[in-house]
Design a protein around this ligand. Structure first.
Ligand SMILES: *[C@@H]1O[C@H](CO)[C@@H](O)[C@H](O)[C@H]1NC(C)=O
Ligand SMILES: *[C@@H]1O[C@H](CO)[C@@H](O)[C@H](O)[C@H]1NC(C)=O
Ligand SMILES: *[C@@H]1O[C@H](CO)[C@@H](O)[C@H](O)[C@H]1NC(C)=O
Ligand SMILES: *[C@@H]1O[C@H](CO)[C@@H](O)[C@H](O)[C@H]1NC(C)=O
Ligand SMILES: *[C@@H]1O[C@H](CO)[C@@H](O)[C@H](O)[C@H]1NC(C)=O
Length: 448
């Protein structure tokens, strides 16, 4: 019997020759595990090839996710001090700024929504806060770009319908224009909170309050005196009177860490209260401390976008814990259990270190992709949040330059996008139907 067990474990070890090892308390081990995962992330990168766009990952990954991934890689460089990808990260963030330096490039206008633009905005915000190498003088600066995204989004704040809020889509011709969702508003809220802390300008705090209040009034943020949760979105067709009650990790994370930035900069107790209520609410995304995307993972129904959400959620947990020490007990447990489980899932594929989707599996579950790689990367690297300084501000170490006038070209923007061809319109609604379809299938699952 005992001999059998010993032989069996030797057998398992042999199978796992190139398995990802992780000692979550050891920097060198974190560095080597994340190093191997980061290499796997870049297997999906296309821009090295002649004629391929710089900064973008291969289809089927959408444009927004590339912005998300460069944000993850930037934090990888910050947390592990492995600088080998810095030039690539910088070049990629600058390649997609678009003609107006606002992350609304013309060639994305058939698909780009507020949330898509904002994920690039959050990445450059991190570049400012992590004091990442500044672009050349003649290029747009990180803070400038973040402000440009913020300013263009604030211009789209829409009081005509539902008394406020951002629509999912920027452009009327894209379907989903009638949907006001938490990811668009949550990104805007978070960007406001971070700009408030970085610049010390209270106008951004006022915007954050406005977004929060609107999300509260529409019940996109919902709960009671014990917890708060964040729902997916609401339609202008019925005056935002009903919410689509699906919950995604990254939406909760956007609101949670946004509130943490605001509490940190303002010291206002209502941000503290909201933040701790949201912290209670996120327990729905954990089983035995291990993170999962509850709305789609149990039904094995996560699309390419959704398979990456835990990455941003992990990043937001790290930021929250850096800024509000009172959240660390619970976040440490979540990150530790999730990171250990994620590392175990990274034992698949032909390289033997490909990461999976379901971290509760105790090994690789056969799933793979860009989302699986960055989620494992983020959850493991965020174990390092205590060993590195919290986000810098303009006062204490940040060196990026911006301008309040960044992105002020709104009328031009509206004009230049009106010359779109019917063919590209059809393409856009096809894509939104696919995304809409996956929301519907998630809903059907929830109802069942
Ligand atoms: C879109 O145009 C930008 C220039 O603004 C370019 O850098 C980018 O590679 C283009 N994207 C695609 C997918 O061709
Ligand atoms: C939501 O708004 C109501 C009414 O103004 C207020 O009493 C409540 O405290 C708000 N809740 C949150 C979480 O902001
Ligand atoms: C803000 O964050 C810093 C850095 O973690 C921390 O030292 C400080 O106590 C925080 N302030 C508040 C009000 O939580
Ligand atoms: C931030 O970067 C600038 C420019 O490289 C540098 O002078 C400054 O010392 C850096 N700040 C910190 C806190 O490292
Ligand atoms: C604060 O930001 C707003 C919005 O960008 C700007 O209009 C205002 O001039 C800024 N205030 C200060 C004191 O810099």
């Amino acid at each position: 019997m005992i001999v059998g067990i010993v032989l069996y474990s030797i057998f398992l070890n042999l199978l796992c020759i190139s398995c990802l090892e992780l000692d979550p308390y050891d920097f060198e081990s974190i560095k080597s595990a994340t190093g191997s995962i980061a290499k796997g992330v870049l297997d999906y990168y296309d821009g090295y090839n002649y004629g391929k766009p710089i900064g973008l990952f291969q289809p089927p990954y959408y444009w927004w996710e590339s912005g998300g991934v460069w944000g993850s890689m930037l934090d990888y460089s910050f947390y592990t001090e492995d600088k080998q990808y810095d030039d690539l990260i910088k070049q990629s963030l600058l390649a997609q700024v678009g003609e107006k330096w606002d992350y609304v490039p013309l060639n994305q206008s058939t698909t780009e929504g507020n949330d898509d633009q904002a994920f690039w905005g959050l990445a450059v915000m991190s570049a400012a806060e992590r004091n990442f190498t500044n672009p050349e003088k003649h290029e747009p600066q990180w803070l400038y770009l973040a402000q440009s995204v913020f300013n263009t989004m604030s211009y789209r704040w829409d009081e005509q319908e539902c008394g406020g809020g951002l629509r999912w889509q920027i452009f009327q011709w894209n379907s989903g224009y009638d949907y006001k969702n938490s990811v668009s508003n949550g990104c805007f809220f978070q960007l406001a909170a971070r700009l408030a802390r970085y610049t010390g300008n209270s106008t951004y705090v006022e915007w954050a309050e406005r977004v929060w209040d609107w999300m509260n009034v529409t019940n996109l943020i919902d709960g009671n005196s014990n917890y708060l949760v964040v729902f997916d979105g609401t339609s202008t067709n019925d005056d935002c009177s009903k919410v689509i009650a699906v919950q995604w990790t990254y939406n909760a994370g956007l609101m949670l860490s946004g509130a943490a930035f605001l509490y940190n900069v303002t010291g206002n107790p209502h941000w503290e209260e909201r933040l701790f209520l949201l912290l209670q609410g996120i327990s729905v995304y954990f089983r035995d401390g291990i993170m999962y995307e509850a709305a789609c993972q149990s039904s094995m129904n996560c699309n390419n976008d959704q398979r990456s959400f835990k990455a941003f959620f992990s990043r937001f947990l790290g930021l929250t814990a850096q800024l509000v020490p009172g959240t660390r007990d619970i976040i440490d447990w979540y990150l530790l259990e999730s990171a250990k489980a994620a590392a175990q899932s990274c034992s698949g594929g032909t390289d033997g270190v490909t990461c999976g989707l379901n971290w509760q599996q105790g090994g690789w579950d056969g799933m793979y992709g860009l989302g699986e790689q960055i989620t494992a990367l983020e959850v493991i690297q965020n174990l390092r949040y205590k060993d590195k300084p919290p986000p810098f501000t303009a006062q204490d170490g940040g060196s990026s330059e911006g301008s309040d006038m960044a992105g002020y070209h709104f009328e031009e923007e509206e004009q230049s996008h009106l010359n779109i061809t019917p063919g590209s319109k059809a393409g856009a609604s096809f894509i939104t139907i696919v995304i809409g379809g996956s929301i519907i299938s998630a809903l059907i699952w929830l109802i069942l």
